[in-house]
Design a protein around this ligand. Structure first.
Ligand code: DX5
Ligand code: ZN
Length: 217
């Protein structure tokens, strides 16, 4: 079964609780929270204070995507704020194994995100230290960018690298009704979607349509 994770980057930040309630009622499986520092990516978004505020308003697992340099410095803060999954970028972590082990020690699930130009092979020696791989299908930093189709072969390659391991393969960037089915077919188990869901007139209905599309035979 495919999981749908609405990305709140495209929600109304001044009415965040309402937007979250809408997708939670619509059957979202988890909530994707984009943390950007203006250094790893050009944009700046939110920090642990906002994650803690969201935690109080929803029961959905929080999937916190750290697009920041030196993410290891903030693991405890984000887990303390209520993150269930903490995803760091491979490109930002010189000591990836240590960062993943620390995340698990803190009690969260450990994720690694790969930029479009980063090959799956960087994970070869940490396959048993991972709970989630987040395949970026845009260059991270902004919502609403066009999907990069190189994500399809990359997801397939990752699935073969992972063997039978129970690791989620999540895809993030430009995910919409048109590509949901092909992404699921390639081996994605979580679809992260921001603008396609929150930009729709009825985000809950769009979420359901996306799930139906992804699960179509
Ligand atoms: C991009 C973020 C994404 C973003 C996706 O850097 O990591 O999570 O919210 O937004 P859409 O679905 O609009 O591409
Ligand atoms: Zn993201």
């Amino acid at each position: 079964m495919i999981k749908i994770a609405p990305s709140i980057l495209s929600a109304d930040f001044a009415a965040l609780a309402d937007d979250i309630a809408r997708v939670e009622a619509g059957g979202a499986d988890q909530l994707h929270v984009d943390v950007m520092d203006g250094r790893f990516v050009p944009n700046i978004t939110i920090g642990p204070v906002v994650v803690a505020a969201i935690r109080k308003r929803t029961r959905l697992p929080l999937d916190v995507h750290l697009m920041i340099v030196e993410p290891e410095r903030y693991l405890a803060e984000f887990v303390g704020a209520g993150a269930d999954i903490v995803t760091v970028h491979a490109e930002a972590c010189p000591h990836l194994e240590r960062t993943l082990a620390r995340t698990r020690e803190l009690g969260a699930r450990a994720g690694v995100a790969l930029n479009p130009a980063t090959p799956p092979g960087v994970l070869e020696y940490v396959l048993d230290d991972l709970d989630v791989v987040l395949v970026m299908s845009v260059n991270p930093g902004f919502g609403g960018q066009a999907f990069l189709p190189a994500a399809y072969p990359k997801i397939r390659q990752l699935r073969s690298l992972l063997g039978g391991r129970a690791v989620e393969v999540s895809v993030d960037g430009g995910v919409n009704l048109e590509n949901a089915r092909r992404l699921a077919g390639a081996g994605a188990s979580v679809l992260v979607s921001g603008s396609a869901i929150f930009g729709a007139p009825d985000p809950a209905a769009m979420l359901k349509q996306m799930r139906t599309a992804a699960e179509a035979p």
